[in-house]
Design a protein around this ligand. Structure first.
Ligand code: SF4
Ligand code: SF4
Ligand code: FES
Length: 328
């Protein structure tokens, strides 16, 4: 098959501006993008910089943006892309060292900051921890992370909020919070309830979409939010917003955005910081109504919410029980 690669290249050390390099190749149908890039390096331009190792989507080193979304070059078959021209770029949210190679130091620093190791309550047992398999089932999936950085590359929140700890580190944090052998779960959750923690995720789904191992970092973030709220950590604006959302929908049968904003803020000062946005919305005719509209039969919505609340498992208690089971 014929393939056209458009590769974003750059050498910041030489103060090069980024530019697009075009390569046309004839390759076998079974080729992956990584095979094609290696062919370019071997036959066309040996200066093309990229990282790879296992070539079997295990090591996580060949992360890059492919047609605008992060992925593993060794997992991406050219025949599956179905495009006449394939755009290849370095991963986002990380500084470029050269061409498709990015500096992963900030990525690792965030990961180390969550203490990515078990912190048991007692000294390790003489032989091993015996954990019933059913208590580990909820960790299925999250332990598959290969640290490729694809989720960090495409995280919408990180692109505007550099203090956000990011999807990889948060998925890893969940891996320990939900592990019955770890005793630092309250401390971990308390830390992630602050600036840069779970509430800075904008729920954009990008990390779920691009993860090559189905780790679903956003789902882990949402699970930690629920654990925090079950533990009574409800002072953060994000938690206030979640509570206000449920209350308002329960009262009016629909969302009242004006009151949602007011009830999510910590005081008048913070609310005033939104006055510019409010004036702009008013000017453009986008200001939500000040008096909320109640839908007919709003009590039915309240009943659904009440039932959902009583039927939802109290995750933190489930987790505590798991821990007690292990330590007994
Ligand atoms: S869902 Fe949250 S963590 Fe995932 S990419 Fe979007 S903002 Fe980032
Ligand atoms: S969560 Fe998925 S995308 Fe993110 S680093 Fe791990 S394997 Fe890669
Ligand atoms: S080369 Fe190891 S994951 Fe692609």
């Amino acid at each position: 098959m014929d393939v056209k690669l458009k590769v974003r290249r750059q050498n910041p050390e030489a103060d090069d501006k980024p530019y697009w390099a075009d390569y046309s190749l004839e390759v076998p149908d079974y080729y992956t993008l990584l095979d094609a890039l290696l062919q370019v390096r071997e036959e066309v331009d040996e200066t093309l910089a990229l990282r790879c190792s296992c070539r079997s989507h295990i090591c996580g080193s060949c992360g890059m943006r492919i047609n605008g979304h992060a992925g593993l070059a060794c997992k991406t078959k050219l025949s599956d892309l179905g495009e006449s021209q394939i755009l290849v770029e370095p991963m986002g949210n990380m500084p470029v060292i050269r061409d498709l190679v990015v500096d992963l130091e900030p990525f690792w620093n965030k990961l180390y900051s969550i203490k990515p190791y078990l912190q048991p309550a007692t000294d390790p047992p003489e032989r091993e921890y015996v954990v019933p398999p059913e208590t580990m089932l909820h960790l299925d999936g999250v332990v598959n992370c290969i640290m490729c950085g694809a989720c960090v590359s495409d995280c919408e929140s990180l692109s505007v909020n550099p203090i956000f700890i990011g999807p990889t580190a948060l998925a890893k944090e969940y891996r320990f919070v939900a592990d019955p052998r770890d005793a630092a779960d309250s401390e971990r959750l308390f830390q992630m309830n602050g600036p840069g923690g779970v509430w800075d995720c904008t729920h954009c789904f990008q990390c779920v979409e691009v993860c090559p191992k189905d780790v679903a970092p956003m789902d882990r973030i949402m699970a930690m939010r629920r654990m925090m709220m079950d533990m009574g950590m409800e002072q953060h604006n994000g938690a206030k917003r979640a509570n206000a959302f449920m209350d308002l929908v329960g009262s009016y049968g629909r969302l009242d955005e004006t009151r949602l904003l007011m009830r999510s803020m910590s005081g008048l000062g913070e609310l005033m910081s939104f006055s510019k946005v409010g004036w702009r919305a008013l000017w453009k005719g986008k200001l939500p109504p000040l008096k909320p509209h109640r839908i007919p039969n709003a009590q039915a919505v309240r009943r659904i919410l009440d039932r959902a609340k009583t039927q939802r498992p109290r995750r933190f208690k489930v987790h505590q029980a798991q821990q007690e089971g292990v330590r007994a």
